[in-house]
Design a protein around this ligand. Structure first.
Ligand SMILES: [Zn+2]
Length: 340
């Protein structure tokens, strides 16, 4: 991209391949990249992070190690890898305590680092992980950002338990569909909402126990009737806006709300009385640690869960792929296939 704005700011063109400048870096010849909403926020220039133009978007990718720095010992040329997106400064209090996804000078692929909508990307060797068993490159590119985010929200923060009930607001996007898969595998009962009956049906085919069309029904009332007036144990709300209060109202006493986004608005009307009288917990998070990413890969290997891929575009069609995401028609991830 050469400037902020709409999808017309994306150009398919040649530029120099990244070279290794740090002995701990590697370059990866990418075979696939995946889209995330953050790509669109970055393209629009609304994240508060100034991008150096021209800039390459993309936080998710998978491919084959092409070149390794002099100090790299955990990888060799030709290894198939998926990429852990964030990198820390290595020096702040969070980096020194294995939480560099919380770094004060955080750099993420496609943001402060050149991203994955490209044939080659440069990353620290420690950000390369083995691809889960039986995953294609498209699948290996489709899971990292959404699944690490979901893992931290549901497993680390909410600590969702078998038999608990979880409500997922707005099924369809990558995070929501990954959350459905993980929550069902944990053994939770899952209620999903959407304005699209087709998406609700798709969610049921993936194991959702109940679907609520929030444009036709009051989902708080439905949730209470589905839970014997108790409310749910956990809500995943990455929508925000006018839905936020309803999400809080859907929780049982002591319930937990997890959020990693606010696609419908980041300044919702709140209900502070509900938060303290009902003893609610609210967890905000983005990304997750390398340790969590490692746990996640083990979980994917054991559970045989794969990311849901909505559609695949060639890299040269990246602008149309972003338009597809902006139209919110997808169920699961949109992937870019990268030519040799
Ligand atoms: Zn740091």
């Amino acid at each position: 991209m050469h400037g902020y704005g709409g999808a017309e700011q994306l150009f398919y063109e040649c530029c120099a391949a990244p070279g290794i400048t740090d002995a701990n870096d590697v370059t990866v010849k990418l075979r696939a990249a995946a889209l995330n909403h953050i790509d669109i926020w970055n393209r629009m220039g609304v994240t508060g992070i100034a991008l150096a133009m021209p800039h390459i978007l993309g936080a998710d990718g998978a491919g084959v190690v092409a070149e390794i720095g002099a100090k790299v010992e955990n990888l060799k040329v030709g290894d198939a890898v998926c990429l852990y997106p964030p990198t820390g400064c290595g020096q702040c209090e969070f980096c020194r305590t294995e939480r560099d996804f919380m770094c004060l000078r955080l750099r993420v692929l496609g943001e402060r680092l050149e991203g994955t909508y490209a044939q080659y990307v440069k990353v620290p060797a420690q950000n390369c992980f083995p691809i889960p068993a039986d995953f294609s490159f498209n699948e290996a590119a489709a899971f990292p950002l959404v699944f690490i985010t979901v893992w931290r929200m549901i497993v680390t923060n909410a600590a969702l338990q078998p038999g608990e009930t979880m409500l997922i607001i707005g099924i369809g996007g990558g995070v929501a569909s990954a959350a459905l898969q993980v929550a069902k595998r944990i053994g939770a009962r899952v209620i999903v909402t959407s304005g699209s009956d087709a998406k609700l049906e798709r969610a049921k085919s993936l194991g959702a126990d109940h679907g609520i069309n929030h444009q036709q029904e009051n989902f708080v009332a439905m949730v209470h009737s589905l839970t014997d007036k108790r409310g749910v144990d956990v809500v995943l709300d990455c929508v925000g806006g006018e839905v936020w209060r309803q999400s809080l109202a859907s929780l049982k006493r002591g319930g937990r709300l997890v959020t990693c986004g606010a696609t419908a608005g980041g300044q919702p009307q709140d209900d502070i009385a509900a938060i303290f009288t009902k003893q609610l917990k609210i967890y905000g998070s983005t990304l997750g640690s390398r340790r969590e990413f490692f746990q996640l890969i083990n979980f994917l290997n054991a559970s045989k869960i794969k990311p849901i891929i909505d559609s695949v575009f060639p890299l040269c069609e990246a602008a149309n792929a972003q338009r597809h995401v902006e139209a919110a028609k997808q169920f699961g991830k949109v992937v870019l296939e990268i030519p040799d």
